[in-house]
Design a protein around this ligand. Structure first.
Ligand code: ADP
Ligand code: MG
Length: 424
């Protein structure tokens, strides 16, 4: 999968419409708003600095929040322009207009190498519907289009799939790196390839897990997601959390226990050989867990699903909230012998001190392993940042839904227009 990427030659003295994902958290209201986390602004830095260095005129375009096709003062991009300007140490002009003719005049009045941030693209009716008339109007503002918003590549919106119909389209450096990393994960991972899945939102992950399970050598399951696998295998999971199947997914998966059960039986003849002589199933879920009556409990007890050393009483009231020490040890050993590790989803309710250990130990093992390591998922990134390990992995994907759809084997609508002609 090869994407068209930027070269100095194709941008020199050009006006570039650059789609970014500056959907940053904003705190406060009205004039007192500020950007609470600038990670997403940082992600566009390489592409932006390249465009600035080569004297392109840049029109930045992003959505923020979920406005209803109309102006919403609290979701205006004005504060983002200010923040970005400080971050880049380069002036960023904010264009407040919502009429194309006014935007065009504003843009023409700026210097030939200005960086301009347009107003929230979701204030424009036609963005989410991918209105071709709106795409044509925006296309007239620029000479070419660059997409640096991989995290929105699964959406068929005007600024993602409409504009490339009217302008030559390129992938930004971050976009291309993300596609390259995830594509290599699917097509030529260094083996053994270990997939680790956890967290609570199994609905978002089923398709990616099903696809990755075919490619991986082993799948380690923890967190709330593991409860579905334990239930599918006939274990009593007491009062543990299990996500209900959304109505629109019912037909496909009935419920997620059924999904887990199908995955277990589909892979039942596949084995990984641990330490060269111990055959293990391909899908591994906890053999022991830490439990309590609720996640806020300061105390936990141990449930051994196979052994006799558990310490829990009144089992029917318990929630399974973290993986136990034996599971941690098994998962660590597998991780340390991996060639590639992909991890999405915490191993327990890591936000609560009594249930942090599983996630932290797995995060440490992945950081320590010599494998190619790729991490995804909002909460997973939150956890590794909390542990101070965020610089210890090869790649961190902040693309959420888009990355999961890509890993499920889908061709994302936002990638298609950026493919080189010779791409397979
Ligand atoms: P990510 O954002 O990394 O994809 P999710 O959003 O799927 O992860 O899940 C993160 C949430 O899962 C966290 O808030 C965590 O507390 C919760 N969680 C993890 N393990 C359990 C569990 N055993 N029971 C209930 N919730 C859990
Ligand atoms: Mg999450």
């Amino acid at each position: 999968m090869k994407l068209r990427t930027l070269s100095a030659k194709n941008i020199e003295k050009k006006t570039v419409l650059l789609r970014v994902d500056y959907n940053v958290p904003l705190v406060g209201t009205g004039a007192k708003r500020r950007v609470a986390d600038a990670t997403r602004l940082e992600q566009s830095r390489e592409t932006l600095e390249f465009l600035i260095k080569h004297h392109a005129k840049v029109l930045l375009m992003t959505h923020v929040g979920r406005p209803k096709d109309v102006y919403d003062r609290n979701l205006s991009c004005d504060v983002i322009a200010k923040h970005l300007s400080k971050l880049l140490k380069h002036p960023v002009v904010f264009c407040p207009h919502l009429e194309i003719s006014q935007i065009a005049t504003f843009v023409s009045e700026q210097a030939d190498d200005a960086v301009i941030l347009l107003e929230n693209i979701r204030f424009f009716r036609g963005e989410k519907k991918n209105d071709p008339a709106l795409a044509k109007e925006f296309a007239q503002l620029a000479d070419l289009y660059v997409n640096e918003a991989f995290s929105t590549a699964h959406r068929s919106h005007m600024s993602i799939v409409g504009l490339p119909k009217y302008l030559t389209a390129y992938a930004g450096f971050g976009f291309a790196k993300e596609v390259d990393t995830l594509y290599r994960l699917l097509t030529k991972p260094k083996r053994p390839f270990v997939v680790i899945v956890g967290g609570a939102k199994i609905s978002d992950k089923v398709s990616a897990v099903a696809h990755l399970a075919q490619i991986a050598n082993v799948v380690l399951v923890g967190g709330g997601v593991a409860n579905n696998f334990l239930a599918a295998d006939g274990y009593d999971i007491a009062n543990s959390y299990m996500q209900d199947c959304p109505v629109d997914m019912m037909k496909e998966h009935e419920n997620f226990v059924h999904f887990a059960s199908k995955l277990i039986s589909k892979t039942k003849n596949e084995r990984i050989i641990k330490d060269g002589y111990i055959p293990l199933p391909k899908i591994l879920y906890p053999t022991d867990v830490l439990a309590a009556k609720n996640p806020q409990s300061k105390q936990s007890c141990l449930v051994e699903l196979y052994g006799q050393n558990g310490s829990c009483k009144q089992q029917s009231e318990l929630m399974y909230l973290d993986i136990g020490p034996k599971t941690i040890r098994l998962f660590q050993e597998i991780i340390l012998s991996a060639g590639t590790v992909f991890w999405n989803g915490p191993m327990g309710v890591y936000e609560e001190p009594a249930f942090t250990t599983g996630t932290q130990e797995i995060a440490r093992a992945i950081a320590k392993s010599s494998a190619q390591t790729i991490i995804g998922g909002g909460d997973t990134i939150g956890a590794i940042t909390h542990f101070g390990l965020q610089n210890r992995y090869d790649y961190i994907s902040a693309a959420g839904g888009a990355a999961l759809e890509f890993l499920a084997g889908a061709m994302l609508p936002g990638i298609k227009p950026l493919l080189r002609k010779d791409s397979t």
